[in-house]
Design a protein. Sequence first.
Length: 549
Amino acid sequence: MSFTLDYVAAVFAGAASWAFLHRRTVRGDLAFTFYLTSTVILYLSLRCFPGHWQNPLCSAAALVSVHFLVLAAITIIYRLSPWHPLASYPGPIWARISSLWLTYISSTGKRHLILDRLHEEYGPFVRIGPNAVEINSSSAISIYNSFEKAESYRYPAHDNLTSVFLKNDSREKHKERRRVWGGMLTPTGMAELTPALERRTWHLMRCIERRQSAGDGYVDLGEAFYHFAYDLGGDIIFGACNKIELMRDGDVKGLVNTGKFTTGMMDTFGHSPWLLDILWRIPAGENMHQLVRMADEMTHNRVNSDKLSASKDLLSYLMEGGVPMCELERDAAVAMLAASENTAMTFAIALYYLTAEPKYYKVLQAQLDQLFSDALGPLSASALATIPFLDGVLNEALRLGTTFFLPRITPPEGTEVDGKYIPGNTVVALAAYTQQTSPENFFPEPMNFRPERWLPQGLGPDTKTNRSALASFSYGQHACLGKTLAFQQMRYVVARLVLAFDTEFKPGFDPQAFREGILGMGTPHLEVPLLVRFVRRPGIHLEHVSDVA
């Protein structure tokens, strides 16, 4: 009889746990520790008071399993029931049952394509998680005006440090940190970063030629851009204390792969925050810690160094703003990823499309030649900003190449989008990729690279170019602070390369396979190497350029 009562007690404990946990958030590492500790305590109790139990270890595991299975069963039944607040929103059954479905499709790098197909099947509102809805409507841009970031943006260490990139519980602290960052992103601040951009771009050009000569005459452009972006990012963040020289030395420590792994892990497992909490604490998450440790070391060196650049770096602004050391380390680590991964991939995708569409390469080259008579002379940011076609190239690369997922959390009172009420504390996201490739926003040829769609005349009288549908830099209070700086860098690097070189793909390169291999993993990842030959144009003599590595 007592044997049965023990299982009945486990069943009731599971039901009670559901009642307690319902609408509460529990850290995964703490929940894992609780279940492990409970099993050990129960095992020790059964050993001390064996009674009718023959095998205390198996019995303890069985009782804890019953408790967990009852908890899981009630959770699943509720999430599929008509009483769930999101019951009226259609979506795959697995998505309604568990956040692991979204985690899984994110791990494939094809989340944007899978969700795009679901919108074709279910319509503009799709339930993509037990408590998550994606919206395929330009009206959903309004959610970014005031809604806070979802839990997927929270740093898994749960240390409550403020960071401009991550989820912060204090809106005021977030605003203050953005203000401090803003000092670097003024016209004066960005002008101070120009020498580093110019120097590193010369390094990139020589790096490309050096690697071509050392290999088969072609360069892995994605890799070269990654190395350039990390070198430049290190200069911007750490100034003269930067020790990153990937273009010169190669990536012997695997910094790029560590960065890609980290952004991929955060983007994938962030949708199941409880799972990310666990991975952060076990050896499987070690790669995520490597980048943090490197940034911590360089931050300490920068803070304690008398070796300062002639121009200010990011850490100098943060230190002047009174940011404590622990938060300097956090912002430096995340800034390394933000300044490197997205920038590198936008360069790669832009050069891919220009090489795949030689007519556009020639148009851009001609416009740059007209504006800059000396291909190796100064390229002012103000002059580059006057070339609409250059911005059109960059905007098209962003539109077709960025597949960001930008979840927010609705306020307690809920919200309304296109006449549909969405309950409070629901994760909501704009279907960014679907919006960026929708004929309602970009017409004609929404799936094709057409830079002229961004010009005043567009692609003809029926042109649609909804600039607000481009979500690459997000919107509202959490919009990317570095958008202006990013465009300044993209204009400069693309212009410098197009002025100096002609390009061609390696024979056998498959453009379709390359496009299909652009994965959305927090930032775009290239599954297929971008193999390109750069050929100097007549009259280009890089040997005469000073400060070249």
